[in-house]
Design a protein around this ligand. Structure first.
Ligand code: UTP
Length: 302
C-alpha cells in the first residue's frame, strides 16, 4: 500500500526571509523559474499521491491561485501562438478535487499545522512535504517522495528522510537516535529516539531529519495533545518520538541534494545548482561565476 494523501504545510511566517516574505508567501519564492510550492506539488504527484492538502494561513491565497486556470493569460498566449508556454501553465492545474485546503489559524508550529489536516487525511498513512526543503534527486534517481513511497510499499513503517550533517549544525535539525546495531550506512536506519534541535554535544548522532515524512494516522492523537517543545512550538519531531513507543520509525537516506530554501544562503545555492543543470543557463553563468570567484578571491586573500 502506498500513501495516497500528502500534507503540505504552508502556514509558517517565513521570518528568516523577511522582508521578501512580508506580503508574499515564502512558498512562492522562485528557484530558477518555478515557485517552491510547485516543486513540492510536482514531487508529490510523481510519487503517485492523489490528494494534496495545503495547510494555509492568512495571506496565502496566492498559493491556491497558482494551481488554477488564468483565462485572460491563456487567451493572450493563444493569440500570440505561444502554445508551448500555454501547455506548460495549463498542465500545472491538477485534476479537479485533488487539491484540498485547510487553515492553521495561528502558526503554533509544524506539528500543529499537520494536526490541522487530520479530518482531511482520515485513517491511512500519509506523506508530508515541506516545500522550503527542495530536494534535487541524484541523476537517474526518482524524486525523493517517490523513493520513500517505493520503500514504504515494502515495509509499511513510518519514515523520515535523513541526511548526515556536521556536528556543529545539529542544533538546526531534528536528530535521529539510531538503535545500537543500526546500519548507519544503509538506506534505512531504525530509530530508537528523536531529539529536536539538540546542542552539538547533546546530539545522539549526526543524522538530521529533513522535510519529507511518511506517517501513520496515529500521530494525530499525539499531536492533538498540543505539547509544546523547542521554540515554544508544537513540534512534529516530539510527536514522532512518542509514536515510536508503539510503532517502529526509520530514517531514510535519500539519493539527492537537499537545499534549505527557507534560508537565504540555501536558497541562493538552490538557484545556482538548478540553473547550472540547464545547458543554456550554464553557458552564460559559468563565465560570470569564474569572474566573481577571481574578484572575491583577490579581495579576501591576505
Ligand atoms: P519553518 O520553521 O521552516 O517555517 O517551517 P517558517 O516558520 O515559515 O519559517 P521561519 O523559520 O520563520 O523563517 C517548516 C514548514 O512548516 C510550515 C512552514 O510554512 C514551512 O513549510 N509551518 C511552520 C506551518 O505551516 N505552520 C507553523 O506554525 C510553522
Amino acid at each position: 500500500m502506498r500513501p495516497r494523501t500528502a500534507v503540505i504545510p504552508v502556514a509558517g511566517l517565513g521570518t528568516r526571509f523577511l522582508p521578501a516574505t512580508k506580503a508574499m508567501p515564502k512558498e512562492m519564492l522562485t528557484v530558477v523559474d518555478k515557485p517552491l510550492i510547485q516543486y513540492a506539488v510536482e514531487e508529490a504527484l510523481a510519487a503517485g499521491i492523489e490528494r494534496i492538502i495545503f495547510v494555509t494561513g492568512r495571506g496565502k491565497e496566492m498559493l491556491a491561485d497558482h494551481f488554477d486556470y488564468v483565462p485572460e493569460l491563456e487567451g493572450a498566449l493563444r493569440e500570440r501562438k505561444r502554445e508551448g508556454l500555454l501547455q506548460q501553465i495549463r498542465s500545472l492545474v491538477p485534476t479537479p478535487g485533488c487539491l484540498l485546503f485547510t487553515r492553521q489559524n495561528e502558526p503554533l508550529g509544524l506539528g500543529h499545522a499537520v494536526w490541522c489536516a487530520r479530518h482531511l487525511v482520515g485513517d491511512l498513512p500519509f506523506a508530508v512535504l515541506l516545500p522550503d526543503d527542495l530536494v534535487w534527486p541524484k541523476e537517474g534517481a526518482p524524486p525523493i517522495m517517490q523513493q520513500m513511497c517505493d520503500e514504504f510499499e515494502h515495509q509499511h513503517h513510518s519514515m523520515v528522510a535523513i541526511m548526515t550533517v556536521a556536528q556543529k549544525e545539529t542544533h538546526k535539525y531534528g536528530i535521529l537516535d539510531p538503535v545500537a546495531q543500526a546500519d548507519t550506512t544503509g538506506r534505512l536506519v531504525q530509530a530508537k529516539g528523536l531529539v529536536e534541535k539538540p546542542a552539538p554535544h547533546d546530539a545522539p548522532s549526526r543524522l538530521a531529519i529533513i522535510g519529507r515524512y511518511i506517517l501513520r494516522p496515529e500521530i494525530f492523537d499525539l499531536l492533538g495533545q498540543k505539547k509544546t517543545g523547542a521554540g515554544g512550538e508544537v513540534q512534529l519531531t516530539d510527536a514522532m518520538a512518542l509514536l515510536m513507543q508503539d510503532h517502529p520509525l526509520y530514517g531514510f537516506r535519500f539519493q539527492g541534494t537537499r537545499f534549505d530554501c527557507g534560508d537565504k544562503v540555501g536558497f541562493q545555492m538552490a538557484n545556482l545548482a538548478l540553473a547550472l543543470e540547464q545547458h543554456e543557463m550554464r553557458e552564460r553563468l559559468l563565465p560570470f561565476l569564474h569572474e566573481q570567484l577571481t574578484h572575491w578571491t583577490a579581495q579576501t586573500s591576505p
